[in-house]
Design a binder for this molecule. Structure first.
Ligand SMILES: CC(C)(COP(=O)(O)OP(=O)(O)OC[C@H]1O[C@@H](n2cnc3c(N)ncnc32)[C@H](O)[C@@H]1OP(=O)(O)O)[C@@H](O)C(=O)NCCC(=O)NCCS
Length: 205
């Protein structure tokens, strides 16, 4: 027999965004930097994923996986010797997914000047004992910033849904192999010429 909460589709419980708040401070050391003396983009993205994973796990108190990361724009360089401070919290949840907001602030430790060098939204999915997506608690926003992020989250989720569909079509169109073979390239070109990208991906737009 189905559990009542599954039938009426209500969240298990509620948590505030501050319950999942996660902060990570690091100093940028030479192995983290490129030949310009600024942090590798991949290093910063790994920090973002780390801190967001902790926030999502704190919220769900279940194992989580990263379902997607929205675009990350590197707004200012982060230099060797700077401090980099990341804060993350869960802004909103749907059924099994959670949106996490990450803010990356860089600080010149000698002058104290601080700048927001990146922001990002990530989506995590909580997994049940069967390794399938499982329900997560809802979020109660408390501050103005949390309320703004909470209220605008459904719109971002909708955009991600469309992007995921496009990614699936694009991945299926590209296939697993680089198109070295003229026949494959030709077949793709034919498809594009006769039907355009949209129909080549067999997608409805
Ligand atoms: C994420 C994953 C668990 C989703 O599983 P699925 O069987 O496709 O499940 P569903 O389609 O029912 O999606 C479950 C939830 O995830 C959300 N979701 C799935 N893919 C998403 C994406 N790319 N971006 C944002 N949300 C996504 C769905 O909207 C749904 O949310 P809801 O339950 O709150 O409405 C699965 O695709 C997966 O395991 N991906 C690999 C994750 C991973 O390994 N990450 C590490 C980096 S590679």
């Amino acid at each position: 027999m189905k559990m009542l909460k599954e039938i009426i589709d209500i969240p298990l419980s509620v948590r505030s965004s501050s319950d999942s708040l996660t902060i990570k401070d690091s100093i940028v050391l030479p192995p983290d930097t490129n030949h310009h003396g600024t942090i590798f983009g991949g290093k910063l993205m790994a920090y973002i994923d780390d801190v967001a994973t902790i926030a999502a796990t704190r919220h769900a108190r279940r194992p989580v996986v990263t379902a997607s990361t929205d675009s990350v724009d590197f707004l200012h360089p982060v230099k060797k010797g700077d401090a980099v401070s990341l804060t993350a919290f869960v802004t909103w949840t749907h059924k099994t997914s959670m949106e996490v907001f990450v803010r990356v602030v860089t600080e010149d430790l000698l002058t104290g000047q601080r700048k927001v060098c990146a922001t990002s939204f990530l989506t995590f999915v909580a997994l049940g004992d069967d390794d399938r997506p499982t329900l997560v608690p809802a979020v109660v926003p408390e501050t103005d910033e949390e309320r703004l992020l909470f209220e605008t989250a459904p719109e971002r989720k909708e955009a991600r849904k469309i992007r995921r569909q496009e990614s699936k079509h694009f991945a299926s169109y590209m296939g697993t192999e680089y198109a070295f073979h003229e026949s494959k390239r030709h077949a793709r070109r034919e498809q594009k010429q006769t039907s355009g990208y949209e129909l080549a991906w067999d997608a409805e737009w």
